[in-house]
Every structure is written in C-alpha cells, then in structure tokens.
Design a protein around this ligand. Sequence first.
Ligand code: TMP
Ligand code: MG
Length: 306
Amino acid sequence: FPMQMPELAKCSVLMRERSRVEETIHAMQRAGAGSLQVISDFDMTLTRFAHNGKRVPTTHNILDNRLLINEDCTRKVNLLNTYYPIEIDASRSAEEKLPLMVEWWTKVHELLIEQKIRRDMLAHAVKESSAMLRDGYKVFFECLAEHQVPLLIFSAGVGDVLEEVIRQNHVFHPNIHIISNYMDFDQTGVLQAFKGQLIHTFNKREGALSHAAGLRELQGRPNVVLMGDSLGDLTMADGVSEPQNVLTIGFLNDQVEERKESYINSFDVVLVKDETLDVPNCLLVALLLKTNQQPLETMQCISNFL
Ligand code: TMP
Ligand code: MG
C-alpha cells in the first residue's frame, strides 16, 4: 500500500473483499456524519484482550474482588470458565453453543446474587481492577461525541460495571447508549437480581430487535460501523431499520488460526491480535474529519498500522 491510509495495509488487517470495504467507506463519507451510527461490543472489543502477556478482565471478571464476592464464590465462578473455550470453539455452531452460553451466564449470575453485592462497592472494584480500554480509545470516544454520532455499546457483560469503566476513563459522553445486563438492587443497595432479558454472546439479535430498534437517537442513521470480537456480535445491527451501508470490523484476539477463515468470511475487516483502535480511528477520521479524502487514502491509513 502506498502513502495514504496506513492502517489498512497492516499485516494484522485482513479483508475478504477490499473493494467492497472501499466502496462502503466512500458511500458513508458521501452520506456524512448525520447518517452514521457506531454499534460496538464491549468486552475484548472496546477493552483490550491482553496487556503485557496478561489477560485483561472482562466486566464479569472485574467483579472478582473481595470487596464484592468471597473466596468460595471466586472458586465456583472460575470453575465455570470451562465455558469460555466453548464460546470460541471454531468447530461448534452458534446453535450448539447457545444453550451452553445461557447455562454459563445463568449460573454465574446466580452465584453473584448470592453474594449480596453492594452497589456502592462497584466503583472501588473497577478502580482496583486492571480493566483497560484499547489504545486510542480517547480519540475514538471523543471523535464520535464531538460529531454527535451515536455510539451504541451492546454488551453481554455487566452494564453497571461497563458504565463505571468508561466513566473512570472519562469518556462516558451523552452520545453513548448501552444495552447490557444490568444489576437490580434492592432499596438498601444490595444486588437482588439481574434486570430484563439475559444477554449472552449468541442472542444479541433478540436484544437488538427489542431494545436498539426503539432507541430514538439511532433512528434515521442507516450507515453503521459495527465492531465486535465474536461472530455473535454480527447480529448487533439487526435492529437497524433499512440499513444502507454496514461495515463490520472483527477483532480476532484468540484461537487465531482456527478462526481466521470464518472471521474473514463474516466480517468485512478482521484485525488480528491488534490491541488498538487505530483502524476504527482511521475510519472515523475519514468519515468525520476528512470527508473528501480519497478511498485509497483511507485504505492506506488503515494499512499503515503495520
Ligand atoms: P461482551 O458482549 O461485552 O463481549 O461480553 C461478553 C463476554 O464476557 C464474553 O466474551 C464472555 C465473557 N464472560 C466472562 O468473562 N465471564 C463470565 O462469567 C461470563 C458469563 C462471560
Ligand atoms: Mg466481546
């Protein structure tokens, strides 16, 4: 790739059909910021997968703190981590995984409810955790907020924890909408249940149809940038009525060789072991700041992050 959109030529950037990506970006540029919405997963998409060789905690993992749960609960929740290899198993279909994911989430939530978690301890637990948004998160969040482009964060994690992570990183702006599993506290501030329909990795379509479709701020924005790290995340835009241009970006963090082919076939752009938001940021610069930038330039910017 020559001199213009370096992020897209990076060897960690894979595209099944580069010309389609270029055309989509170009169409989105022409339509402008007013037609755009961004829909993103949270855990391991907006947050890092690993840092210095250590896994970064998911919102559920952040709850593993003695301020909130006891040792016995930690042990029981950890025993359930055997469900994670199932979640990312390339040899099983989403249909096969679905009931197992319901089982995982249900068991974990039951264990958490037994712990009588206090709402006023959540912020402390997030502070003590090693939660980390991907490099470049400030540009990403600020750019969208400044151009009043809605950002729908669609997470099978824990909404209360997710909110605290973005608040503590000072990027919880008014353009953000969240669909997630929210805790239900009693009058004394003690966890008694989880609210609403359970969201797990493979039922985001239902959540999109029942929640996102009704969000007023997202209406009339037919162009979508969708970001996720799971194939289940691809259904997050199913609530968008009459979508025109949809560009999907997939973070392939784990089980790279096993899943590469399916990711390339499913996402428009696949980022392999990329802990940054450089590519999405490149795209935002093209869509929001340099709206007359040539498609080639955009692609070269994306390619540059080698
Ligand atoms: P996401 O939709 O924001 O990515 O959140 C879902 C992730 O949370 C999914 O990849 C699995 C992970 N998870 C845990 O780490 N621990 C748990 O106990 C559960 C139920 C899910
Ligand atoms: Mg995720």
